[in-house]
Write a protein that binds this ligand. Structure first.
Ligand SMILES: NC(=O)c1ccc[n+]([C@@H]2O[C@H](COP(=O)([O-])OP(=O)(O)OC[C@H]3O[C@@H](n4cnc5c(N)ncnc54)[C@H](O)[C@@H]3O)[C@@H](O)[C@H]2O)c1
Length: 408
């Protein structure tokens, strides 16, 4: 089969990681990198382009028009550009690997989905999620009832970000950018993978029980301690259509960080999956650990898209339909919270970062771990800076925002 060739839009920021991986895989004969596009090439990207004779464009539409023999486009640009760039690429006849989150709003994602259906092209989304080894292990444990009836799925992200992180790009920490929603908060960007993975695991567990699981209702509390528009500390509870309850916690304001992890609790045991693709199972007083790593995420995503294009893989690891559940839930979380609430300065210190520290919320590690153990929101735990919010129904939710104060 002919080697498939790629186009990359966005070579700075995370695009640098794509660029490096694409040239590495080109050297291995896995794919070819035909051309890249960026408004302004970094020194690093300009060096690679010059050294390897890769064509470069300043306007992605010129690249789509000039590179008709390429097969797929990787979109790695600020979130507000995802929908227009992805739709243009699909309409120009390319398959797409779209960076997460797929779009800022549910209507953006639905517009891309409509273009996927109209053009018949594939659109994969680069969410990190449990490896196929981990998914089949966890699905098998659930279908055999090894940990009993599933009581809930919980996700925990204790992260830290410097103030430089929020200054690295103009849309960082913003709700709006250039007049468009961007919704760049903790759960919509750095911890989006964790929330997506929880929804994916809910789907796998439901399938193991012969059911389906769609996000039905979300109740979320969104806070910030850093001087940003969006959230840096969030708790949310999601009710799935099959009755499974998800509880998700993230902060970018921790001093003690941990590997992000998901815990599935059953009546007869529990299991955990973490970002290193390790699965641990507790059952009948025993503990079993499984190494489920399958190699680098980008290589896996490129290979899966190429194999799907070639008809070798039956389906995408992360399809846009599957990623839509993430955006539905994320938009619903903003609606539930109505607005981002500030953590009063009396609870905020500087983090431990040596250079340009970000905000640290006093005792946030313990606060989050206790809420995680109880499956409760911060206000339900009596956290002094927390304020309750109401549930938001996701059925029939097609246009964001409704009650979230986005344009104030
Ligand atoms: N999968 C992951 O682990 C991961 C990690 C970080 C970021 N991301 C995602 O990658 C995407 C980009 O994030 P980032 O932090 O790298 O952003 P960034 O703003 O740092 O970089 C974006 C790049 O796109 C370029 N660009 C912007 N507008 C453009 C346009 N109109 N045409 C061509 N190029 C344009 C910029 O010049 C820059 O090089 C986002 O969707 C983000 O969520 C994913």
């Amino acid at each position: 089969m002919a080697v498939r060739s790629a186009l990359l839009i966005g070579t700075g920021g995370y695009g640098r990681i794509h660029l490096n991986e694409l040239v590495r895989l080109q050297d291995e004969g896995v794919l070819a990198l035909a051309a890249v596009c960026d408004l302004r090439l970094s020194e690093h990207a300009a060096g690679i382009v010059a050294e390897r004779g890769i064509r470069h464009y300043g306007d992605y539409r010129d690249m789509l028009a000039g590179e008709k023999s390429a097969d797929f486009v990787i979109v790695c640009t600020p979130i507000q550009h995802h929908a227009p760039m992805c739709i243009d690429a699909l309409e120009a006849g390319f398959h797409v690997l779209l960076e997460k989150p797929p779009g800022a709003t549910i209507q953006d994602v639905d517009r891309i989905l409509e273009a996927v259906r109209r053009t018949g092209k594939h659109c994969a989304v680069n969410f990190f999620s449990p490896s196929s080894k981990a998914l089949s292990l966890i699905g098998g444990i659930a279908s055999l009832g090894e940990i009993g009836r599933i009581r809930g799925i919980k996700g925990l992200a204790l992260l830290t970000r410097t103030s430089a992180y929020f200054r690295r790009t103009p849309w960082a920490g913003k709700l709006m950018s250039g007049g468009d929603p961007v919704m760049d908060g903790a759960f919509h960007n750095p911890s989006a993978h964790l929330l997506y993975s929880m929804l994916k695991l809910a789907e796998v567990l439901a399938e193991a029980a012969g059911q389906s699981a769609l996000p039905a209702r979300v109740n979320a509390e969104l806070y910030h301690a850093n001087p940003i528009d969006s959230d840096d500390t969030t708790a949310m509870r999601i009710e799935m259509s099959d009755g499974t309850e998800l509880a998700f916690y993230v902060t970018l304001c921790a001093r003690q960080t941990e590997t992000q992890r998901i815990r599935i609790e059953g009546t007869d045991g529990a299991l955990e999956w973490n970002y290193d693709d390790q699965v641990t199972v507790w059952r009948n007083g025993t503990v079993r650990s499984h190494d489920c790593r399958e190699g680098g995420i980008l290589e896996r995503r490129y290979r899966n898209l190429i194999r799907t294009m070639d008809g070798v893989d039956g389906r995408l690891d992360v399809s846009l339909e599957s990623a839509r559940k993430f955006t539905l839930t994320a938009n619903g979380a903003f609606e539930s919270a109505c607005r981002i609430k500030p953590v009063p300065s009396s609870f905020v210190r500087l983090s431990d970062a040596a250079d340009e520290p970000g905000a640290y919320i006093e005792g946030i590690e313990t606060t989050i771990k206790e809420a995680f153990a109880a499956g409760k929101l911060f206000s339900e735990m009596g956290v002094p800076w927390a304020m309750p919010s109401g549930p938001f129904e996701l059925k029939g939710f097609h246009a964001f925002p409704q009650r979230f104060e986005l344009y104030r």
